[in-house]
Design a protein around this ligand. Sequence first.
Ligand SMILES: [Zn+2]
Length: 294
Amino acid sequence: MWTEVEVMIDNRRVPNGPQTILGPAGCGPDVAALDEVADATIITLDEKDERLPRLLNLLKERGIRWFEKRRDRFTDEELQAARLLVMEYGSLEGKIFGGPRVGTKYDMSEACSRCGAGARQTSALVVEADELRHLEGRRAAATCYEDMLVDERLAGALAESGATGLEFRGVFAAFEKRGHFQLPYRQLCATHVMPRMSPRSTGIDLSQPCPCGRSCFMTYNRTPARLAYRAADLADIRDVNVTWEWYGYSKYNGDVYDSVLPYPLFLVTPKVWRIYRDAGVTGFDWLPIRVVDA
Ligand SMILES: [Zn+2]
């Protein structure tokens, strides 16, 4: 395992352009990427890379603000040995917009009335037709809200593998005025909700908690996210599970079709990871959970 640091610089804040920092810091295209949408430069380095202090010192010296995030990375052997893996989609090419505001239907009868956590999807997944480019050439992807998409062949491979705890829904693109059009993708859904994670989880931000205690969790901060579960929590796991906790931003005032719903994270066994890997899927982060005593 190693820890990776992502340093994000707003290009508009760097007089004469980011190259004036990247050059002296020794950060070439192997570690620096342009995020065109955000007009930002993203530099990804091993926490122990000597270029990291050099880069941060240059930014400090020039009075340029930056954002910093850390995440753990693992070898295939470490992923293979994990009990469960958090599966998150973080492709730089972007995530497709989908969910309640595009026409996906939900039952809110058991959801939190303040944050919408616990919303139960009752229809096929609907995604925004204007953003289909995010799916081009991809065998698996996700919406902005971690709804998981797999192409039909990958859905077939998952079904045939005998993996437990999964079901599939159809995926439709919503065209303004022209209605819905079915896509050659399936939404991967989990039938099993994990117990609450252990309080020994770290790097999970909960700055504005909802009183229900179930939402507003965030991963991917200055300290790496490390989800912990007790051994007893794993007694009933399936190959595909979702967390009890719901993550991400929430905006819900009772009208689900005008809301931003939080979402649970997917926790899968290495069996599922292997099927994705063997299909050549890229763009996902896989994070082993930690098994703790309490
Ligand atoms: Zn809530």
